[in-house]
Design a protein around this ligand. Structure first.
Ligand code: PLP
Length: 379
C-alpha cells in the first residue's frame, strides 16, 4: 500500500472545537474570562493539582515559574541539553545561568547522576524535561532537590497525561509547565498551562501573567465588574483568551482517547522495530503519553539519519528531529561557552535521532507503511 502523504503530526480538531469557538466569538466576551476559568478547573481536575493557570504558551509558563521561585542573576538552573530553545531562553531572561547535565542515552531524559555532578552553592532550581512524554526519574530528582535544598520545575511540554508512580505529571513537583502548541499532544493553537499546589506561587503567577495587576483586578474577569485596579509588579502579558480556552476544553475531553491512540501506535512501531540491531528507542512505558516516537539509528544502519530524512521525505513521509542539542546552536555555544563534546550521550543520541509520524488520526496501515519504509531503508 502507498499513501499520498503522511505528515509528521496533525492536530485533531473536529466540530466540537469549531462550535465551541463560534459560541465564544458570539458571546460578547472573547479574551480571558469564563471559558478560561472552566478550562483551568477542568485541567486541575484532570491533573489532580490545586492550581492550574492557563497562559499564552509553555514558554510563558516556564518564565513565570522561574520568576515565581525568585530565580534571578547569580542563580544557576540545571537542565538538559536535549530540549527546545525556550527551556533555556527563559532561564536566560531571568538573568540566571543555565547549567547542563547530560542525558541517559536509553531514555533521552536528564540523568540524575549527571545532575548531582553539576550542583553548586549557586544552584537554585532543577528543570527536567520529560522527553517525548516519558517521565524523568522524578523520585531521584526530588531526592536530590531535598538533599541540596533546591526547587523543581518540570518542563512538561511533552507530558500532558503522562503519569509517574500512578499520578499525573504536574500533580507533585513545585511547578509544572505544559504546552498546547499545535504539534503537542493536545492544542489550544498557542497556549500553555502552569500547575502547582502552593497558593502563594499560584497568586504570584496570576499577578505576573497580567501586567502585575492585583488580585481584585484580575478576578474582575470572573465577578461583576470592578473598575479599580492596582499594579503591584511590572508584570507580563501572558494570559490565555477564551477562544483558546474553548478549544482547550474540547481537547481535554478527548485527551485520554488521544493518549490511548498514541500508545497503540507507539506499540505498533515498537513491534516492528524491536528485533533490529541498527536502532534503539525509549523502552515502552504505560506512563508515557507518547508525544513523540523517536528512533535512534546507530552505526549498523545502512544509511545515516540525515539521508533517512531525505529518503522519507521523497516518499512523502514527514519527520522531525527533537532536538538539535542546545550546545550546538551558535548563541549558546558562543555566549555560554558550551561544547557538545562535553555531553557525549546527548551528541550520540542526536546523531541518530529521528521522530516518526505520530498523531491520533494516523491509521495503523499508515504507521505500518512508515515502519516498513524505514526498515527497508536502514537494513
Ligand atoms: C514545545 C516546547 C516548549 C515550548 O512550548 P510553547 O507552548 O510553544 O511555548 C518548551 N519545551 C519543550 C521541551 C517543548 O517541546
Amino acid at each position: 500500500m502507498k499513501f499520498d502523504s503522511i505528515p509528521f503530526c496533525r492536530a485533531s480538531i473536529d466540530d466540537n472545537e469549531i462550535q465551541s469557538v463560534i459560541e465564544v466569538l458570539k458571546s460578547g466576551w472573547i479574551t480571558t474570562g469564563k471559558k478560561t476559568v472552566e478550562f483551568e478547573k477542568m485541567s486541575a481536575e484532570y491533573i489532580k493539582c490545586d492550581h492550574a493557570i492557563a497562559l499564552s504558551s509553555c514558554t510563558a509558563a516556564l518564565h513565570l515559574a522561574l520568576l515565581a521561585l525568585d530565580v534571578g542573576p547569580g542563580d544557576e538552573v540545571i537542565t538538559t541539553p536535549l530540549t527546545f530553545a525556550s527551556t533555556v531562553n527563559t532561564i536566560i531572561h531571568t538573568g540566571a545561568t543555565p547549567i547542563f547535565a547530560d542525558i541517559d542515552i536509553k531514555t533521552g531524559n536528564i540523568a540524575p547522576e549527571e545532575i548531582e555532578k553539576k550542583i553548586t552553592s549557586k544552584t537554585k532550581v532543577l528543570l527536567p524535561v520529560h522527553y517525548a512524554g516519558l517521565p524523568c526519574p522524578m523520585d531521584k530528582i526530588i531526592a536530590l532537590a531535598k538533599k541540596y535544598n533546591l526547587r523543581v520545575i518540570e518542563d512538561s511540554a511533552h507530558a500532558i497525561g503522562s503519569t509517574y508512580n500512578g499520578e499525573k505529571i504536574g500533580s507533585k513537583s513545585d511547578i509544572s509547565c505544559f504546552s498546547f502548541y499545535p504539534t503537542k499532544t493536545m492544542t489550544t493553537i498557542e497556549g500553555g498551562l502552569l500547575t502547582c499546589n502552593d497558593p502563594k506561587i499560584a497568586e504570584k503567577v496570576r499577578n505576573m501573567s497580567l501586567h502585575g495587576l492585583s488580585k481584585n483586578a484580575w478576578s474582575r474577569y470572573t465577578q461583576v465588574g470592578n473598575w479599580r485596579y492596582d499594579v503591584i509588579f511590572p508584570g507580563y502579558k501572558y494570559n490565555m483568551s477564551d477562544v483558546q480556552s474553548a478549544i482547550g476544553v474540547e481537547q481535554l475531553k478527548k485527551l485520554d482517547y488521544f493518549i490511548k491512540r498514541r500508545r497503540e501506535l507507539a506499540s505498533l512501531y515498537i513491534k516492528e522495530f524491536q528485533n533490529l540491531s541498527c536502532l534503539s528507542f525509549q523502552p515502552y512505558s504505560e506512563d508515557n503519553s507518547y508525544h513523540l516516537f523517536v528512533i535512534v539509528l546507530n552505526q549498523k544502519s545502512k544509511i545515516a539519519r540525515d539521508e533517512l530524512i531525505i529518503e522519507l521525505s521523497k516518499r512523502n513521509i514527514g519527520t522531525a528531529v527533537n532536538f538539535i542539542p542546545i550546545p550546538m546552536h551558535s548563541y549558546y555555544r558562543e555566549n555560554l561557552g558550551l561544547n557538545i563534546k562535553d555531553f557525549p550521550n546527548c551528541e550520540q543520541f542526536y546523531n541518530g535521532a529521528i521522530s516518526l509520524p505520530l498523531f491520533p488520526e494516523l491509521t495503523n496501515e499508515q504507521a505500518l507503511y512508515v515502519a516498513n519504509t524505514v526498515k527497508g531503508l536502514i537494513t
